[in-house]
Design a protein around this ligand. Structure first.
Ligand code: NAD
Ligand code: GLY
Length: 367
């Protein structure tokens, strides 16, 4: 088992990574608990595979637990889902000193984290991420939220978990499409500031997606340690450090909005196409070698991820796509900070480019 730390002073927490950890979780969480009791929250798909083994491992440590199973899918990350979950937690007698276990992907992690930030003015939670996206990104860093009709993740809080327990073996039951979407977030860490890791992705990405255990472990450990470093440096995204994690997200956000945040384009798939567009936009503006944009596109295409507007199924005009970006919650003083790049592993934040320039570029990118 590998142990990393998110270094946030008194709120620091460990990230444990190891095959089979879901079956050994009781021993890991027991020392944290103030009383031998916990509540597990999960979704219908994940419950089928992992609720029983996780429960057995708690019982083996004499930890009593109850469980709440939400409908799988983004729809549970809503006011209605939050109301049901918080009322259930209160009904279960949750105390401020308790630790609730979030067992699932980013939907469960974001919803449980937010519920735990407000129930009884705050209790603890433990992330047990079961998608690649959640294992390399959303389970670490304390961003929690629900979606509302006005947009995704608009109601939320920063609330750090007390522990993150990653069992890469849980990825064995995840669909190929969800694995690919999570892999886009792995590649992102190379593109942000680590050209060597991008090279590693080029050489090992296909094997990782196909199920190579060593490649999965390396990618997860490398990605979460990069995320831990970034979160420790800029927990609340105030200094243009954590903002780099949004590489590809502004362009991707426009594609997700255009496809109605539906199964037509998963978040990670939109990020994949968005990262290619961010590199192409940078190249078109003389910031980044054109060859680097080609390399990024070719790698994402090689693992069957969307790598262009057409492969993302988008045939909309640039002005309409740019208008979605204007509603991005990252807009500051009317300006949208873009994450652009000087080359692979050399990303930066800028407000130098207006949405009209982005719209014109996107019109050209449709050809
Ligand atoms: P998800 O939680 O919806 O999981 C995707 C699907 O996989 C679901 O159907 C789920 O039931 C299923 N699943 C999960 N684990 C499984 C397993 N091991 N085996 C079989 N099926 C499994 O989606 P996601 O991609 O994990 O997360 C997306 C969410 O994460 C979005 O709401 C997004 O806003 C959020 N997010 C948050 C952050 C953050 O920093 N907090 C970062 C990125 C994304
Ligand atoms: N996933 C972006 C962040 O955590 O900041």
């Amino acid at each position: 088992m590998q142990r990393l730390t998110v270094d946030l002073g008194a709120r620091s927490y460990p990230i444990l990574i190891g095959d089979g950890l879901v079956r050994d979780i009781g021993a890991q969480v027991a020392p944290l608990l103030k009383r031998p009791r916990t509540m597990i929250v999960t979704d219908t798909h994940v419950a089928d595979h992992y609720l029983v083994p996780l429960g057995i491992s708690l019982a083996m440590e004499d930890i009593s637990f109850s469980s709440f199973v939400l409908e799988a899918g983004e729809g549970s990350k809503s006011w209605a889902g939050l109301a049901r979950l918080t009322e259930w937690l209160i009904g279960e007698g949750v105390e401020r000193g308790d630790h609730v276990i979030a067992l699932g992907g980013g939907v469960i992690g974001d919803l449980v984290g937010f519920a735990c930030s407000i129930v009884k003015r705050g209790c603890h939670f433990i992330q047990v991420p079961t998608t690649l996206l959640a294992q390399v990104d959303s389970s670490v860093g304390g961003k929690t939220a629900i979606n509302v009709p006005a947009g995704k993740n608009l109601i939320g809080a920063f609330h750090q978990p007390a522990m993150v327990v990653i069992d890469p073996q849980t990825l064995d039951t995840l669909s190929r499409r969800e694995l690919g979407a999570g892999y886009a977030e792995v590649v992102k860490y190379g593109l942000i500031d680590d050209a060597e890791f991008f090279e590693w992705c080029e050489a090992n990405g296909a094997a990782l997606i196909a199920g190579d255990a060593a490649a999965r472990h390396k990618a997860i450990a490398h990605s979460v340690s990069a995320k831990a470093r970034i979160v420790a440096a800029d927990e609340r995204e105030m200094q243009d450090i954590r903002a780099l994690l949004n590489l590809g997200h502004s362009f991707g956000h426009a594609l997700e909005a255009e496809t109605g945040y539906s199964d037509r384009l998963l978040h990670g798939e939109a990020v994949a196409a968005g990262m290619v567009l961010a590199h192409q936009f940078s190249a078109a503006n003389g910031l980044c070698p054109a060859a680097d944009a080609v390399r990024v596109r070719d790698h994402l295409a090689s693992v069957d991820l969307p790598h262009s507007l057409a492969s993302a199924g988008i045939n909309t005009g640039g002005a309409e796509l740019a208008a979605h970006m204007a509603h991005d919650k990252k807009v500051r003083g009317g300006k949208l900070p873009l994450i652009l790049t000087r080359g692979i592993g050399r990303s930066f934040v800028t407000e130098d480019y207006g949405l009209d320039a982005v719209a014109a570029f996107l019109d050209g990118a449709r050809d």
